[in-house]
Design a protein around this ligand. Structure first.
Ligand code: TYD
Ligand code: MG
Length: 463
C-alpha cells in the first residue's frame, strides 16, 4: 500500500516544506504552517506523467489576433474595473471583508448578464438556495434567468456545468467553501483552495466561460489562503469599503486584460448596490470649506480622476513625543512631508500633535498627494482656511522641490467639472500646455506654497 505522504504547507503563501517550522521561510508569516495530507494531489500528476505526451501544434507569432471577446455588463462602474466587461474564458477573483457586499455585487452582476440574454450560473457554497432567493427578491432580480445551486463539491459543480452548453458567466461564492476529491485536506486549507481553483480555472479556459470566484480577506487585508489563487487567475478585484460609509469601491489590483488600479464606485442602498457615476461629488459632498486644515487633492485612481478632501489637525501637544496619526495615507510619507516642511520651509511641528485623515475613508497611494497634504498641514497650523475653490496636486521631494505628476490635464478637467476655479500645481506640469483651469499657479518649491498660505493670513489680519 502506498504510504500517505504529508507535507507542511504555509496557509499564507502556499510554500511547501518537509518539516514544521514556527515561521514560514518564504513569506515570513508566523504560525502559518500546517501539516496537510498531499497523497491525493501527488498521485494525480504521477498518473499524468505516465501518460504518453500528446503532440501540440506550434503556431507563429503573427497571424489572426483575435480581440479578447468580452461580455459587457452595461454597468459602467463594473465594466470600467474589468477593463470593458468580463473576458470569455477568464477567471477572476473578487476579494473583500465579510459583509462588504461581494455576494450582493455578484448576484446583481449575474442577474444583469442573464437579462442581456447570456446563460448565467450562481453557485453558493455559503448560503442556502432559499437565502439567495430571498436576497434576489429583495433586490428585485427574480425576473432574471440565473441558474442557482448551493453546492461545495468541485466535481459536482463541474459535472453540472459540463452537462449543458457552457454558461457565459459562473459565480462561485466562495472559493474557501469548495472541496475537491483530488486533495485530502479539509475545506478551507491552502491545498484544497488551490486544487479547487485550479480545476475551475481549467474549466474557464477550456469552456470559454468566465468564472468569478469570491475569496475572503483576513484581518490584515490579504485574501485568506488563496493568495496562491491570485497567481492563477487573470484578474484580482478587491471590494473595499468602510463600515461607517455607504459607498463601496471595487478596485482591480491585477488584470491581464485591462488597466490595474482602476476603481468602480458603488453605493450600498436598501435595494442593493447602485453605481455612483460621479464619485468626486460624493467624496466632497459633506465638505466644510471654511475651516482651516482641509485641502482638496486632485487625485487619480487608475485612469480616473477623483477629487478627495484631505483633513489635517495640528494641535499643541502635551506630550514629550508628539503624536502622529494617519488614516488613509502612508504614515512614513507624512513624516517625510513634516520633515521637509521643517527643514526647507522653517515650519515647525515639533511641539504639535499631527492628525491626518483622508475624508470618506478612502486610501490614497499616490505621491501626488504630497502638496495637498502639506497645504492642509500648514493651513491647520496657521489657522488659515485655504481658498474653497482651489485644488492641489504635486509630489514633494526631500529637497523641497515640487515635482511634476502624470495626467495633470485630466485632474484639472475633473476639478473644473466640479466647480473649482484655481489650482496649485507643479511648475513643470505647466509645460504640458494646461488650459482647463482659469487660474493655475505653478510651484517650483514647497516654500512658495507656504508663503502663499502665510500671505493669506496677513491679508486677513489687515481687514
Ligand atoms: P453581502 O453581499 O452578504 O456581503 P459578503 O458577501 O461580502 O459577505 O452583504 C451583506 C451586507 O450588505 C449586509 O450587512 C447588509 C447589506 N445590504 C444592504 O445594505 N442592502 C442590500 O440590499 C443588501 C442585499 C445587503
Ligand atoms: Mg457573501
Amino acid at each position: 500500500m502506498a504510504r500517505r505522504a504529508s507535507s507542511f504547507v504555509c496557509q499564507n503563501c502556499g510554500a511547501v516544506t518537509g518539516k514544521w517550522a514556527g515561521r514560514c521561510e518564504s513569506c515570513g508569516e508566523w504560525n502559518s504552517i500546517v501539516e496537510e495530507q498531499t497523497g491525493g494531489v501527488g498521485a494525480a500528476p504521477r498518473q499524468a506523467l505516465a501518460r504518453k505526451g500528446r503532440v501540440v501544434p506550434l503556431v507563429g507569432l503573427t497571424g489572426e489576433n483575435k480581440e479578447a471577446p468580452r461580455i459587457s455588463t452595461k454597468v459602467a462602474e463594473l465594466d470600467r474595473v474589468t477593463g470593458g466587461g468580463f473576458v470569455r474564458g477568464s477567471a477572476l477573483l473578487v476579494g473583500g471583508d465579510p459583509g462588504i457586499g461581494k455576494s450582493t455585487l455578484l448576484i446583481q452582476a449575474a442577474a444583469q448578464i442573464a437579462r442581456l440574454g447570456h446563460k448565467t450560473v450562481y453557485i453558493s457554497g455559503e448560503e442556502a438556495v432559499d437565502q439567495v432567493r430571498l436576497r434576489a427578491e429583495r433586490l428585485g432580480l427574480t425576473d432574471a434567468d440565473v441558474g442557482l445551486a448551493a453546492e461545495t463539491s468541485v466535481e459536482d459543480i463541474l459535472a453540472t456545468l459540463k452537462s449543458g452548453p457552457p454558461p457565459a458567466l459562473v459565480i462561485i461564492d466562495s472559493i474557501q467553501t469548495l472541496w475537491t476529491e483530488l486533495a485530502d485536506s479539509p475545506p478551507g486549507t491552502v491545498t484544497q483552495v488551490r486544487a479547487s481553483a485550479q480545476a475551475l480555472v481549467r474549466y474557464a479556459k477550456t469552456s470559454g466561460a468566465t468564472v468569478v470566484m469570491v475569496g475572503h480577506v483576513t484581518k490584515d487585508g490579504q485574501i485568506a489562503g488563496p493568495r496562491v489563487v491570485e497567481h492563477m487567475v487573470d484578474a484580482v478585484l478587491y471590494f473595499e469599503g468602510d463600515g461607517a460609509h455607504q459607498y463601496r469601491i471595487l478596485r482591480s489590483v491585477k488584470n491581464r486584460f485591462g488597466a490595474t488600479d482602476e476603481i468602480g464606485v458603488f453605493e450600498m442602498t436598501d435595494n442593493g448596490l447602485k453605481q455612483v457615476a460621479n464619485p468626486s461629488a460624493l467624496f466632497l459632498g459633506e465638505r466644510n470649506s471654511s475651516s482651516p486644515g482641509a485641502s482638496v487633492f486632485a487625485g487619480l485612481e487608475g485612469t480616473r480622476p477623483l477629487l478627495i478632501e484631505i483633513q489635517a489637525l495640528v494641535a499643541p501637544s502635551p506630550l514629550g513625543t508628539p503624536r502622529r496619526a494617519v488614516i488613509g495615507w502612508d504614515s512614513a510619507r507624512l513624516s517625510m512631508i513634516l520633515a521637509v516642511l521643517e527643514a526647507r520651509c522653517g515650519v515647525k511641528f515639533t511641539q504639535h500633535d499631527v492628525y491626518l485623515n483622508v475624508a470618506g475613508g478612502l486610501r490614497i497611494n499616490e505621491p501626488a498627494a504630497d502638496l495637498a497634504v502639506a497645504a492642509a498641514l500648514v493651513s491647520s497650523l496657521s489657522g488659515v482656511a485655504l481658498p474653497p475653490d482651489c485644488v492641489y496636486f504635486g509630489e514633494v521631494s526631500l529637497s523641497g522641490a515640487v515635482r511634476p505628476v502624470s495626467q495633470a490635464q485630466s485632474r484639472l478637467k475633473e476639478a473644473q467639472k466640479l466647480g473649482f476655479s484655481s489650482a496649485l500645481a507643479p511648475q513643470a506640469n505647466l509645460k504640458d500646455g494646461l488650459k482647463d483651469m482659469p487660474s493655475i499657479t505653478g510651484l517650483a518649491e514647497l516654500g512658495d506654497m507656504v508663503a502663499r498660505i502665510a500671505a493669506g493670513r496677513s491679508s486677513e489680519a489687515q481687514d
